[in-house]
Design a protein around this ligand. Sequence first.
Ligand SMILES: C[S@@+](CC[C@H](N)C(=O)[O-])C[C@H]1O[C@@H](n2cnc3c(N)ncnc32)[C@H](O)[C@@H]1O
Length: 239
Amino acid sequence: MSAGADGSGGGGGAGTEARVGGGSPGADGFVPSALGTREHWDAVYERELKTFQEYGDTGEIWFGEESMNRLIRWMQKHKIPLDASVLDIGTGNGVFLVELAKFGFSNVTGIDYSPSAIQLSGSIIEKEGLSNIKLKVEDFLNLSTKLSGFHICIDKGTFDAISLNPDNAIEKRKQYVKSLSRVLKVKGFFLITSCNWTKEELLNEFSEGFELFEELPTPKFSFGGRSGNSVAALVFQKT
Ligand SMILES: C[S@@+](CC[C@H](N)C(=O)[O-])C[C@H]1O[C@@H](n2cnc3c(N)ncnc32)[C@H](O)[C@@H]1O
């Protein structure tokens, strides 16, 4: 699996593989996959942690550097205050948290259900000499603490991964929307980047309690006379 669905790296990311790959699609058209399981991500980040410790390589950036710049540009354009509380849902190696902190955001939190992802994020953040980033091992579908009141929630590839869970992904997507409603302030923004879902599908998934605020431009592809976007990047506002 690769992080380059945004044209800045390898292959098509979790969703592309799952939609076009073999196996039997579920009711929503997705082929359940190991990519939707915690075991998979634990193994990925254990490996990436070792690589970081040995070679200092931070590992995959999902959807490439541009996907981070696009989000930060949007926050800049909309004059999101630097002390706004930002939650990165399924932060992985935490590289986006580092970018936010370097840009000047001072109230940044990353959660991931994989302890090795959080360990890797912590190591990268420490190496960068950044001290004001909060990290927590949390399953977004089963939040154990009182995480709430965020101005901004970011999702880069996590909803995609959850959608591939072999065990009742439809219910898990519904739970995701509930958890999002719980952690985000009213009028807060949710910025999602996905290679599994089209704009229209995302509008449908987040139709209850959220409205589309803006669609962010992403690279277009054309093939066989048809054209489209390989990645959707949308900003929703909680109503
Ligand atoms: C495709 S990776 C994206 C990582 C990161 N957002 C990035 O852009 O590089 C998906 C991430 O979501 C995390 N994840 C999946 N399901 C989760 C859940 N229920 N709660 C918290 N994290 C989850 C995985 O551990 C993994 O780090």
